[in-house]
Design a protein. Structure first.
Length: 361
């Protein structure tokens, strides 16, 4: 059986650190925590779980801090988590089974990162990350913001999830890091342009976000999946700016970078036509979205709402305006399966049952 070192970087995480460590302490063989300048009870809480608490001065570079935490690992493999991550009970069982059965020739195990969940437990954002890596490969983190672990060798994909349970969002922190890079005159990679665009979009700087997405798309270098989502995210910016025409062009542009249309694009295209009152065309695109679940081995972003409840809820609305109350009801019921207490869905159900004279039995 392999052994595992947990490596974490923390700063002012007193609200969530114990929750994270409780979810993994019985699986890992060693806990290493690097504090980057906490002023609350974070260090005190960390010492309740381990005597391997270290300190590293924050220099505005996440990769440097993560690489520092990896230095203290002594076991076969390194598992990394953020303080606001947890491993849910079912995934704890899977991780323990993996620990007991993993072939030591494996260099890295990827796991899902469920970066968001809604109030009904539905995953809202999922992607893969190399999560359990062999210590003696000395893999390094790259990038001062939105960093990645530079992994190579024998990699396997697992069905284990790490679940992100953020309490609050650090508004502007990542944006400030990118602005510092610009001030230093750093050369941006295609990846930098993509993630800088994301930060600008999330902070309401839509025109500037579009500029950076276009820079990502124009470069021949960079991950094609980033270019795909640069198109989709650019479309969202045009939506916020009220530019429906360029919104639609950006969504169709995303097809240049995907072998098949993605549900995230199709549902957005459906919404574009729905807003124009072209309900039949909207239904076509929403229906296509429901037929396009992601590959389980997909590494890029996946937003499950766009192929589950959301297109069904929108088709309920479209079919209502088309006068087909039966299909409207059917799609509302499919959305209900994912969001049973959603007020919109419950109101639709009552309205449509009255239209169809359906009993509540």
């Amino acid at each position: 059986m392999i052994t595992i070192s947990l490596c974490m970087i923390v700063k002012n995480e007193e609200e969530v650190l114990a929750r994270c460590l409780d979810s993994v302490k019985d699986i890992v063989d060693e806990i290493n925590i690097v504090d980057t300048g906490s002023t609350d009870r974070t260090v005190e809480i960390a010492k309740e779980y381990t005597d391997r608490v270290f300190f590293f001065e924050w220099i505005g570079n996440f990769a440097a801090a993560r690489n520092e935490s990896f230095k203290y690992a002594t076991k076969d493999y390194i598992l990394y988590l953020d303080a606001d991550d947890v491993i849910l009970e079912e995934d704890q069982k899977k991780l323990m089974e993996l620990k007991q059965s993993l072939d030591p020739s494996v260099d890295s195990v990827s796991m899902y990162y469920d970066a968001g969940t809604d109030e009904y437990g539905n995953v809202t954002l999922r992607y893969r990350r190399n999560r359990l890596v062999k210590r003696d490969k000395y893999y390094k983190w790259r990038g001062d913001c939105h960093q990645y672990l530079d992994v190579y060798g024998k990699i396997i994909n697992s069905d284990i999830s790490v679940t992100h349970k953020k309490i609050r969002h650090s508004v502007g922190r990542a944006l400030n890091i990118y602005q510092s890079k610009i001030e230093r005159g750093d050369i941006f990679t295609a990846r930098d342009y993509f993630y800088y665009g994301n930060e600008l979009r999330e902070n309401g700087h839509y025109e500037k976000a579009i500029e950076n997405y276009n820079k990502n798309i124009e470069l021949t270098s960079g991950w094609i999946e980033d270019k795909l989502y640069a198109c989709i995210n650019k479309a969202d910016c045009y939506l916020f700016l009220g530019d429906s025409e360029n919104e639609l062009k950006s969504l169709f542009q995303s097809f240049e970078f995907s072998k098949t249309p993605r549900p995230e694009s199709c549902s957005r295209i459906g919404y574009n036509f729905q807003r124009k009152g072209d309900y039949r065309t909207a239904v076509f695109w929403y229906g296509l979205a429901t037929q396009l679940p992601p590959d389980s081995d997909q590494w890029s972003f996946s937003y499950p709402a766009y192929y589950t409840w959301y297109p069904h809820l929108q088709m309920c609305v479209c079919y209502y305006y088309l006068g087909d109350f039966q299909k409207s009801y059917e799609h509302n019921e499919k959305a209900f399966q994912y969001r049973p207490n959603d007020k919109r869905i419950l109101q639709n159900r009552e309205l449509l049952r009255n239209k169809l004279a359906i009993n509540n039995e």
